[in-house]
Design a protein around this ligand. Structure first.
Ligand code: MTE
Ligand code: LUZ
Ligand code: MOS
Length: 751
């Protein structure tokens, strides 16, 4: 099935926040934010702005009837700064005006005086100053301290990875509409409607049932709207509550880039030990996470870094620690991969370094250490499939590593100023929210008396086509045409207490809940059909919208069946609830079984480097990916391509730059570069690994949203290898992104 949104997207008819027809009387909001990264607020003069014609109000923390607190996991983030600011871009006030243009004029008229305080932007400096979000977290397995003695080779090093701007096409925004009795409905571009509802209720000082959140779709989220869509939604609701008028706020790109958090930059130290026959015996890593000025999701992201610190490898002795370093940057947040890419980058750097020092190929070390079925991850869960090994072998067989490497070598020996580089990037990614409690979902399925179906779930459509997958589930369980099915907006009054659509588990969790609801409806309808057709005790089924008795078609068709069932007072609505079985995790021991299953894969990347300019092209990325049994190869391949491109961008051209004063320099698309179609690999091949699928994956089709982001990391190492073949003296410093500037310097650096 095609993405059900493809036609309306193409025609420009899909509705986003800024497309919702405005109700008359609508006001427009705009945040007034801090221009400095750390300071005491001495004085703010709003008078000129307030006097501007068309300015209705300027809301500050003083206007909050409830609590000035939007922190979720840790309550450490005010909605509006009170007497101090902790990052440039921190909201201080919310201007409400008759138009956005007036609000923008008013913003320029606000006068503020600061007393500057010391600014920290670097996680190492934060560490020295003991500036932390919370305590560090450590995972371990085996006996790291005694393991070093058994190692023939031991290497230490450093690896840095940069931040990343989400750059969803639709910027953040919300539209809040008051109704009677203090009730407020908020249209929000959020991945987490329940989170918006809960925080809005907290700030407005009302119960959750007073706040309704409705989401049609997002023009992309990528994690950036898991927690950080709340701010704007709550502000519009606050203004609606005070003025009893609809209030809209849709951020422009500059404001969005400046005020929102990004992927966490990491600065990490590693130590790796190998035996004579290249088995990794010991691995230790200290990750200095640049968390920004408040916790946001940093503790959860920390966790996923630790879960994936050994990527696809079995390592018997490890100790990995994340330090959550508090700096004066916008609070960093969820971004596709959620800390895993940062962890995987470091183990790949450690293996790369080991191979160069020992004088063996990187692939030999990688392959020797791939995790096998029944081997244990450092967090106690055992691999229940051989996906790491199988995807490696399948990639080798399909793409012929030897041949690819030989071609690269031949090219390099024949060319002086063009060099090719090649790398293999295995990936293992755990599916489930690492916080066990979050892994449940509900679906509300209505069959209407004409036989059409409306489905509500907690899933947010953000381009990943989760709505299409849910429609496929319902169509296949009820055995009716997908044309009869509509996926409703995601609304907290129809499906409540939802987890955000995140952790790649949106389709699994909400799909399974839909499956359960539809199975119950199917059971009720076939039972009724048995009675109606006086065929009780026989085997009744529905196939292709026709009722079958003992495998023979009857005259009873879907529409009539539904109508008659309704007349007979059978319930034709159902609420399904799904909670992932078997998962658990004990934080006091840091052991358990946190993931429903793992997704495995492998990517071979070839790049060509122009050694005069420092620019590079990506020739090909050849992937073997474990989809289980993909329920929609078109959509799933699209997820691989999109995630791959985002991963490649992260390690190549996407460079977030803050100056020492903590001001974002890469604050527009002129200074923050993302890959375009010309930069995309000339050739992307995606081979589906043959497997049975996993019982906890929806229709045996494994989650696909985040894991392939990590294939992009391969491009970093392919580029390094190309540099190395030009400049034999190049001492690799693992410092991602490998921007053309950095690459150019590396090509001619002789130290
Ligand atoms: N694909 C598109 N087109 N847009 C997005 O915002 N987000 C990604 C991924 N794919 C995203 C996307 C992220 S970060 C996640 S967690 C998953 O989709 C969430 O959706 P799922 O759980 O339904 O896979
Ligand atoms: N969000 C979250 C996530 O709260 N928990 C997770 O485990 C997770 N994983 C990936 C992306 N978002
Ligand atoms: Mo994705 S980072 O889990 O929204």
């Amino acid at each position: 099935m095609k993405n059900t949104d493809s036609i309306s997207h193409l025609q420009g008819k899909s509705i986003y926040i800024d497309d919702i027809p405005e109700i008359s009387g609508t006001l427009f909001g705009l945040v007034f934010d801090s221009t400095v990264a750390h300071a005491k607020i001495l004085n703010i003069d709003y008078s000129l702005a307030l006097n501007l014609d068309g300015v209705i109000d300027i809301l500050t923390f003083k206007d909050i009837p409830g609590r000035n607190q939007i922190g979720t996991i840790i309550e450490d983030e005010p909605l509006f700064a009170e007497d101090e600011v902790h990052f440039a871009g921190q909201p201080i006030a919310f201007i409400v005006a008759e138009s956005e243009i007036i609000a923008r004029k008013a913003r320029k008229l606000i006068k503020i005086e600061f007393e500057n305080k010391k600014i920290i932007t670097d996680p190492r400096e934060a560490f020295k100053e003991k500036s932390f979000i919370t305590n560090p977290r450590t995972f371990k397995i085996g006996h790291i301290d005694s393991a070093w003695e058994k190692c023939k080779y031991i290497f230490e090093g450093n690896a840095k990875s940069g931040g990343q701007e989400h750059l969803y096409l639709e910027t953040q925004g919300a539209y809040s509409v008051p109704s009677e009795k203090g009730n407020i409905k908020i249209y929000s571009s959020t991945q987490g409607p329940t989170s918006v509802q809960k925080i809005a209720a907290r700030v407005l000082g009302v119960s959750m049932h007073k706040i309704e959140i409705d989401v049609t779709r997002l023009g992309g989220g990528f994690g950036g709207k898991e927690d950080q869509a709340t701010t704007w939604a709550v502000m519009t609701a606050l203004a609606s509550q005070k003025h009893n008028r609809p209030v809209k706020y849709s951020l422009n790109r500059h404001d969005d880039m400046r005020m929102t958090g990004k992927r966490h930059p990491y600065d990490s130290d590693f130590k790796i030990g190998l035996s004579e026959d290249l088995k990794i015996l010991a691995y230790e890593a200290d990750f200095y996470q640049n968390s920004g000025a408040a916790a946001d999701l940093s503790t959860a992201i920390t966790e996923r870094t630790l879960f994936h610190a050994t990527n696809s490898y079995f390592i018997p002795n490890t100790r990995t620690t994340v330090y959550l370093c508090k700096t004066n940057l916008p609070p960093n947040t969820a971004f596709r991969g959620f800390g895993a890419p940062q962890g995987m980058f470091v183990i790949e750097a450690a293996i790369h370094k080991s191979a160069l020092e020992i004088g063996v190929s990187v692939e030999e070390i990688q392959k020797k250490n791939l995790i096998k079925i029944n081997e244990e991850f450092p967090y106690g869960q055992k691999a229940d499939e051989n996906g790491a090994v199988n995807s490696w072998n399948e990639a080798d067989k399909t793409y012929q590593f030897k041949k690819l490497f030989a071609e690269t070598e031949k090219f390099n020996s024949e060319n002086k100023y063009l060099k090719k580089g090649i790398s293999v990037m295995p990936v293992t990614f755990g599916i489930s929210f690492t916080n066990t409690m979050m892994n449940h979902a509900r679906a509300l399925v209505h069959i209407y008396q004409d036989g059409s179906v409306g489905i509500s779930t907690g899933a947010i459509e953000m381009g990943q086509a989760v709505n299409t997958k849910i429609m496929q589930v319902a169509a296949s369980v009820l055995n009716i045409s997908a044309e009869r099915i509509k996926i409703e907006t995601t609304n907290t009054t129809r499906v409540s207490n939802t987890s955000p659509t995140a952790a790649s588990s949106g389709a699994d969790l909400n799909g399974k809940a839909t499956e359960i609801a539809c199975e119950n409806l199917y059971k009720r309808l076939t039972e009724f059909a048995g009675k109606y057709l006086k065929s009780e005790g026989k085997n009744i089924s529905i196939k292709n919208e026709t009722v079958f008795i003992d495998e023979k078609p009857s005259d009873l068709k879907w529409e009539k069946l539904v109508e008659q069932a309704f007349f007979a007072r059978v319930a034709i609505s159902e609420n399904g609830h799904y909670a992932t079985p078997e998962i658990h995790f004990d934080k006091s021991k840091e052991k358990g079984h946190p993931f429903a299953y793992h997704v495995y894969g492998n990517a071979v990347t070839t790049v060509t480097l122009d050694c005069i300019r420092g620019t590079y092209e990506i020739d090909s990325v050849k992937i073997v990916h474990d989809f289980g049994k993909s329920m929609n190869p078109l959509i799933d391949n699209g997820q691989i391509e999109g995630a791959l491109m985002q991963g490649i961008g992260w390690v190549t051209m996407e460079e977030i730059a803050f100056n020492n004063e903590g001001k974002l320099l890469s604050n527009a698309l002129s200074t923050y570069k993302v890959p375009d179609i010309y930069f995309a690999p000339k050739n992307v091949e995606i081979k589906h690994l043959e497997s049975d699928g996993h019982k906890f994956a929806i229709m045996k089709s494994k989650a696909v949203g985040e894991p392939p982001f990590n294939y992009g990391i391969g491009t970093y190492f392919a580029i390094q290898n190309a540099i190395k073949s030009f400049n034999k003296n190049y001492k690799i410093i693992y410092d991602s992104p490998a921007t053309p500037e950095k690459v150019l310097m590396s090509l001619y650096n002789q130290e």
